[in-house]
Design a protein around this ligand. Structure first.
Ligand SMILES: Cc1cc2nc3c(=O)[nH]c(=O)nc-3n(C[C@H](O)[C@H](O)[C@H](O)COP(=O)(O)O)c2cc1C
Length: 165
């Protein structure tokens, strides 16, 4: 049985409706990407953002050989792309055959249906538990125009992840 604090924590985080991101990366010709909820700005000056990648994911393994990550935000009308990146694993399918994308800064795969994105240089990696934190310095990006209905945890909480966490 869980500690009381763990139960309270789990009930709280199950209800939080935080934004969801699709994080992509590339190492040589290999592209990868997955849905990420464990992500947050961590500093204003200098600007910093932390992305937690599960050690089990294909994206984590490709990111180990990468220098940059791209962080995308999606409007709900493109939930299909978000579900593709969260519900399938690059170990079994090529997600990039199933969506529209182009090579952006640092040859990162940029998803064309995203409402906004930024590219970040990986400054540091450290263990967060079963996820590994990737600390990013933003180096390029496209800001949103009228971002209103962006995809949040509530939109994907019933999605079965492509990889066990
Ligand atoms: C609601 C939700 C949140 C998720 N959050 C994360 C996350 O923060 N970090 C992560 O690495 N994977 C997260 N995942 C899991 C991956 O997106 C999923 O297992 C994906 O299929 C892995 O793809 P890959 O093996 O191609 O990297 C989440 C999945 C869902 C459904």
């Amino acid at each position: 049985m869980n500690e009381p604090g763990v139960e309270a924590f789990e009930q709280l985080v199950a209800r939080l409706n935080y934004p969801m991101f699709v994080v992509t990366t590339a190492a040589g010709d290999v592209t990868a990407g997955c849905l990420v909820g464990f992500a947050s700005q961590t500093s204003i000056h200098p600007p910093r953002f932390l992305v937690g990648l599960s050690r089990r994911n294909h994206t984590f393994r490709v990111a180990a050989d990468a220098t940059h990550l791209a962080v995308h935000v999606f409007e709900r009308e493109h939930l299909d792309v978000v579900e593709l990146f969260g519900g399938q694993t690059g170990d079994a399918v090529n997600k990039f055959d199933r969506c529209s994308w182009h090579r952006g800064p640092e040859r990162l795969p940029i998803l064309d249906d995203a409402a906004a994105w930024f590219a970040g240089k990986i400054l540091d990696r450290f263990s967060l538990g079963d996820h590994v934190g990737h600390l990013l310095e933003p180096v390029a990006g496209r800001p949103p125009h009228d971002l209103e209905q962006w995809v949040t945890f509530g939109d994907v909480r019933d999605l079965r992840p492509g990889h066990e966490a």
